[in-house]
Design a binder for this molecule. Structure first.
Ligand code: HEC
Length: 246
């Protein structure tokens, strides 16, 4: 027995209208998400604009994104006796905040300009800058903590799976090579899963930020293609052969 599968030619105009407004809204939502991404992540690495380094800073952490770096670039700068010491401290933070260099160059500055306030016996609530362990705590950055990553991951997986499912449900009404179609519906899901997985890997291996960007782009592109092809076929495509068996 030959089964008949429906295509856009089989659905009503009202269904096409519903599909179209849904797809357009999702497309707009995606563009808004990109804009949000830009404003959330740009400048994380200390340089204006969005780059892979922002993603590294976000997930892996970056030496220029530390509490000490931020403080010395901000209100704590005024406490420095010599302005040139700011660069010395920032350079040390950027180079990994090692203990040997701390003893040699950093401790003298902090002992002179900072510990009058940053001593536990004076201000227990302020970072302790009297020893390496205390300073190291504010001089290193670990990126997004695991619980925060897990929270964002579960929201992403649930939310985006729904979107991809409905977009895919509409897309499978397209008339095209079935093998292309079978692969096309899987790609955005795989891209999303790899994307989320690479957030966690980027925490330890910064180079994976490229995989985060690549997979995110692939998900957006493949979903975008499904939307464009679906809308095109719904309204402009004339199906020639009638019997659809795949
Ligand atoms: C006059 C007292 C005083 C001196 C001197 C001082 N600080 Fe602070 N520092 C503070 C106070 C108060 C805060 C808390 C400010 C806040 O939370 O808004 C603070 C906060 C900080 C923080 C934590 C910021 C955060 O992320 O919460 C760092 C790091 C820091 N100071 C570094 C320094 C360094 C480096 C120096 C020396 C160049 C210095 N401070 C000198 C009073 C001082």
């Amino acid at each position: 027995m030959v089964k008949h599968y429906s295509r856009f030619a089989d659905i009503s105009i009202s269904e096409k209208i519903l599909n179209t407004v849904f797809l357009l809204t999702i497309g707009l939502g995606y563009l808004t998400a990109l804009a949000n991404l830009y404003y959330t992540y740009q400048g994380r690495d200390g340089v204006a604009g969005l780059s892979v380094n922002d993603i590294v800073a976000m997930y892996h952490g970056s030496n220029s994104q530390t509490r000490l770096g931020a403080a010395i670039n901000g209100i704590m700068e005024a406490n420095l006796k010599y302005k040139s010491d700011k660069e010395v401290i920032l350079k040390w933070v950027y180079e990994g905040a090692e203990e040997d260099a701390y003893k040699e160059k950093i401790a003298p500055i902090l002992n002179r300009d900072c510990i009058l306030c940053h001593t536990p016996s004076i201000n227990a609530s302020l970072p302790d800058l009297t020893n390496y362990a205390g300073v190291a705590e504010v001089a290193h950055s670990d990126g997004k903590p695991i619980p925060a990553l897990i929270r964002v991951s579960h929201i992403h997986l649930f939310g985006i799976a729904f979107i991809l499912f409905f977009v895919g449900k509409i897309f499978i009404l397209c008339h095209m090579n079935v093998y292309v179609k079978r692969i096309a519906v899987v790609i955005p899901f795989v891209a999303m899963l790899l994307d989320v997985l690479s957030w966690f890997i980027t925490k330890s291996i910064p180079e994976f930020a490229y995989v985060v960007v690549g997979c995110g782009a692939l998900m957006g592109f493949s979903m975008g293609m499904q939307i464009v092809v679906s809308i095109y076929q719904m309204w402009f495509y004339k199906q020639k052969d009638k019997a659809i068996t795949d």
